[in-house]
Design a protein around this ligand. Structure first.
Ligand SMILES: [Zn+2]
Length: 304
């Protein structure tokens, strides 16, 4: 990437289980966007400790209230005493710790409970790392998600609304709540109207080929809108691969029970796919093996 981020920012690129951590330095103080998945919290704290180099972490923001973006919130808050800022639309779900609304129970995922200190409204602006960031609504993957945009440096922190190759699963429609796909399309159209030189996504390396990424995202979304089986099957694979990444390995014989324990897969199957249970489990195994997301060694299955 030829683009240089401002020196007051540092992106800790993580994997898929943990979202990227984006740090902002303000003299002796610092702020963070997104805290990763809870099972990676030891690594998150070690990375933060190193990057902060003695600075005080005072504020923690999230792009949206999903396990891979907020899982480190309580541990980071306990370590630094920072204030937690979350998108206003997720206030109730976080306050009540609604495991369904937070997509924890339905996805077979977990995150430790925390209390937020402040709500971020779409349209609000605040300073991070000496730069002014606008919170903008980015519904689709999550109807309450926000992206953070800095017009001066033409930077976008996109969460899971836009990646270099795609975007996060569009959950509302997968959950039987139509409107997410249309919202995702409108969000991409909105992002296409912003002047952006660099996108810092929730997952993957920051990228500058923004028009190309938007074109790919539109194309992918159109494919999902046209073909609900493709949409649901892609989600099935992503959900299994995610939980497997958390577990890292499991006995091959446990794979059917493991897939069985992800409730959303079965409601999607009912809604979109209509496969026999064994057929679904076999197909997801074969597809993930073919794509390299899992491999078998002896009696165990390993995440890639
Ligand atoms: Zn994510």
């Amino acid at each position: 990437m030829s683009f240089r981020l401002p020196s007051s920012m540092q992106v800790l690129e993580r994997g898929w289980l943990s979202a990227n951590n984006i740090l902002f330095f303000e003299g002796e103080r610092a702020s963070l966007i997104d805290s990763g998945y809870h099972s990676h919290v030891g690594q998150t704290l070690a990375l933060l400790h190193h990057a902060l180099a003695g600075r005080r972490l005072e504020r923690l923001y999230i792009t949206h209230a999903h396990s891979d973006h907020m899982g480190g919130n309580p541990a980071v808050q306990a370590a630094y005493g920072c204030q937690i800022h979350i998108p206003a639309g997720s206030a109730e779900a976080v306050a009540r710790w609604d495991e369904d609304a937070l997509l924890l129970a339905p996805l077979g995922q977990s995150a430790p409970r925390y209390q937020y200190d402040h709500l971020i409204q779409a349209g609000e602006a605040f300073e991070l790392g000496g730069l002014c960031w606008q919170a903008q609504a980015a519904p689709g993957h999550d109807m309450h998600a926000l992206v953070y945009y800095n017009p001066e440096k033409r930077l976008l922190i996109s969460g899971d609304a836009l990646w270099e190759n795609g975007f996060g699963l569009v959950f509302p429609d997968l959950l039987g709540q139509p409107g997410g796909l249309d919202a995702a399309r409108q969000t991409l159209e909105h992002l296409g109207r912003l002047a952006i030189d660099c996108v810092i996504p929730g997952h993957g390396v920051p990228f500058v080929a923004v028009d190309e990424a938007l074109a790919r995202a539109h194309q992918r979304l159109a494919g999902f809108i046209d073909n609900s089986e493709k949409f649901a099957w892609n989600a099935t694979k992503v959900l299994v691969a995610f939980v497997l990444q958390d577990k890292q390995r499991l006995p091959s014989a446990d794979f059917p029970a493991f897939v069985h324990a992800i409730p959303l897969i079965w409601s999607m199957n009912e809604r979109f796919l209509g496969l026999e249970e064994n057929q679904l489990i076999r197909r997801v195994y074969e597809d993930l093996e073919r794509s390299g997301a899992l491999y078998r060694d002896g009696d165990f299955i390993y995440s890639q």
